[in-house]
Design a protein. Sequence first.
Length: 277
Amino acid sequence: PHLRRPHLRRPCPPKETPAPTPLPTTPEPPTPEPTTTCTPIAVPNPSFEAYTGTRRNPFNLGQIPGWSSASGSPSIFGGFHLARSVWLWSYSSKGESVFAAVPFAVGATYEVTMWMQTSNPNGQVFVKAANGLQPRSATSTWFPSIASQQTMFSSGMQYQQAQEITFSFTANDNYAQLWLHPYWTGGAPQAEMRVDNIRICMVGGTPEPETPEPPTPEPPTPAPPTSAPPTPSPPTPSPPTPSPPTPSPPTPSPPTSAPPHTRAAHTRTSYSGAADS
């Protein structure tokens, strides 16, 4: 007999389960680093470009707007940033210095930038905040002695080549003036410094709010009267003007008739016993 080979079913390979497609992820934006603001503080005539006179004693004569001499007779010289700079000297503990009205608030930190050039490495340069400085004549070469001052920056005279320097300081009191001067206790050669393009800003400060212009007032709208309208009084009647009477035709009266004349009956009287005549 014919034997049928048993049919063997080949097992199917297991189906592969597809891996899930990952959802796209939105990268988180980088966290910005905190920025420190620096609010500019106004420095009058910061590059000494406003100049109304000659080169001789201009700070003593009020020819450099915004600046005055606190000692000696400071001069205007060629600039680094623009055309001009201030030139100062010192020796034997005397010398020249200038100041301007610049406010500094107690506890606030300031960043100061300026161009500077110096000579004589034995001397020092000073940038100070101060109160009480007064304009002085050209013959007063002693540096003023004032109680209210703070040194913002002090350095040796190492700036033989003009360069831009930046420093910061925190005010320990309220000050109203910026004061610049070199200082050298020895004799010749004198210590010299030149300064130009001064910029100051308050670190973390907020700008002063602008004063808004007052709004233009609109003309007021008159309010409706709240009182009730007056009740008109009734008119006072004028007395009627009498019309002239219309004459009516006279009514004739009936004639008054006399009663009819009644003749009395004539009664003849008879006499008895008399004869007729």
